[in-house]
Each structure stands twice: as C-alpha cells, then as structure tokens.
Design a binder for this molecule. Structure first.
Ligand SMILES: [Mg+2]
Length: 306
C-alpha cells in the first residue's frame, strides 16, 4: 500500500522494491549471521542479489574485526564478498579520523587489535591495546603516566576494559583539544539462544561519565557509515536499501540517510517493537519504523531464484 510503513515484504512487492534499488546495505549480526552460524539462506540471497546486478555492502557497528577478517568469515560461510564491500566501525573510525577530523597525532585506544590494525593501515599510531591493571595508591592515579603525542581518545569494543583505562582516558580528555571518538553505542551484543553480553555502549558511557564529555560516534545511526560507502563506491541514496535487525541503529540510519528500510526479524527487534514506534505518535520514534519487514532475508529467495 502506497504511503504505509512497516509492510510485509513478500510476493510481487519483492520485485517492485528490488527493481527500485541498485544497492543494498546489510547489517551483519542478526541479519546474515548469528554468532558463528549463517542465517539459513543468507549466503544464497547475497550471492543472487549480486547476480541480479545489485551492489551489496555490509555495514556493521561491531569493531572487533578488520575488513579483511570480516571478508574471511563471510567467505567461510559461502558469501561471495570482497574486503572492499565491508564497512565495519574499526575501519570507518580510522577513516573518520583521517578524512573528517584530518587527525594528526597518536590515539589512546580503548579497543581491540582489529581497531589497532585499521588505524595503523591509514597511518595512525596508537597506544593502549591490551590489559591495563590498577597499580600504585589511589592518590597516584590522577598522575598516571601519559603519552604527550596522544591527541585523541578512541573507544571501541575492548575485552580488557578496566578502571585504569577509564582513568587514563579521562586524564587525556581533561585537555579540551583532545578528540573523543567512539566506534558505536550498541548496548548489548546478542548471542545465540537469546543470550547477550555488554556492548561497546557500556564502555563509551563509562568514559563519557568520567570525562564529562560526549564522544563523537562513528557507527550507526550516524550517517558517516553511509558517507563512507558513498565516497568509496558511489552510492545513489535514492536507489539504496538498508536491511537490519535493530530499529535504533539500522533503521534509524536508513531513515536519517533517506534510504529504503527493511527490518529482518532474525535478530534483536520484533515486529511488535516496530509497531509500538509506529503507534506512538512521536515524530522521533517514527524514524525507527521500517518501510518493510521480512521474517528473514531468506524471504527474498523465491523471487531471486525465479
Ligand atoms: Mg545487527
């Protein structure tokens, strides 16, 4: 139905919608895979979309892998994907510092080896990866040793996150000219079987509270992720579709960037979540209502195979 949102994408509508786009952006976790298992049919969908002439890109807030590692994981799962098609926040944060912030200097990094690698690949030096345990007396903590070359604090997913890292970040950020950048603010990392672990947003919030400053966020729903794809691959936003499982990141990003949006129900959010936003009467929440929804991206298969 014209003008309506949150419409089930099936039957003849699939052809109509796919004919109206040249490029499809997919989120990863909860969309094409869950943990280490591919969503059934996802690889076929991706490979057939390409066969039908569509450009397919992957846009993920997860900062724990480089583009290369993502492409390798996808390859193992049977997806026909090139490293250049993957836009994770580790890579996009490096691009943000290099292109938007025109950053010169060293980064104090609360993050993973993947983030370290992506920063180094664009020529940005960093310090901080790995454990940083508490030492000395409490009265010494504010005088913790700092690297004079550090001009930015970057926070991403860090399994070694600690009190001392928050403290060190805070001491750097006491200098108002020190940049403060976060990969993303996802609250939880969903796992299989309905389980979850704390997401990067928990770490970012801890550092923001200590520093009494807000980080610049690179990940979805910030449009920078789409800018990144557009600048490298030449995206026509009026003929582009965003497919994701989260309303507050994926669907919000699509709306913010003027893309068609599709919610898939294999991940975090439910149809009831989307309908609650739709019925709320709140303009801000309308941005989280998708144009369409599917039970799984495998719903596109009958059309693509036809
Ligand atoms: Mg997801």
């Amino acid at each position: 139905m014209a003008g309506s949102k949150c419409t089930r994408l099936n039957g003849a509508l699939i052809k109509q919608v796919l004919d109206s786009v040249d490029s499809v952006l997919f989120d990863c976790d909860g969309v094409i895979w869950r943990g280490d298992s591919a969503v059934p049919g996802a690889a076929e969908v991706i490979n057939l979309l390409k066969k039908h002439g569509k450009n397919v890109y992957f846009v993920t807030n997860n900062s724990s892998k480089t583009r290369k590692l993502y492409a390798q994981k996808m390859g193992r799962m049977g997806f026909n994907v090139k490293e250049e098609d993957v836009f994770g926040t580790a890579y996009c944060t490096a691009m943000y510092l290099k292109t938007v912030a025109n950053f010169k200097g060293k980064v104090y990094l609360i993050g993973s080896n993947a983030l370290k690698q992506e920063l180094e690949d664009v020529g940005i030096q960093q310090t901080g990866v790995g454990p940083d345990h508490i030492s000395g007396a409490q009265s010494d903590w504010a005088n913790v040793s700092l690297d004079a070359e550090v001009k930015a604090v970057v926070v991403g997913f860090d399994e070694h996150f600690s009190y001392m890292k928050v403290n060190r970040a805070m001491q750097y950020l006491n200098d108002p000219s020190c940049l403060f950048v976060a990969t993303n603010t996802d609250t939880r990392l969903p796992l299989e079987g309905g389980k979850a672990v704390p997401g990067t947003g928990c770490l970012v919030t801890a550092v923001e509270m200590a520093a009494q400053r807000q980080a610049q966020k690179v990940g979805k729903p910030n449009g920078f992720m789409v800018d990144c794809v557009a600048s490298q691959c030449g995206l026509d936003r009026s003929r582009c579709m965003m497919v994701g499982d989260r309303l507050d990141t994926d669907i919000m990003l699509g709306t913010n960037c003027g893309l068609k949006t599709v919610l898939t129900l294999t991940g975090v959010n439910t149809l009831a979540d989307a309908q609650a936003h739709q019925g709320s009467g709140c303009p801000e929440r309308q941005k989280m209502v998708p144009d369409y929804y599917v039970e799984s991206i495998a719903d596109l298969l009958p059309f693509l195979q036809g």
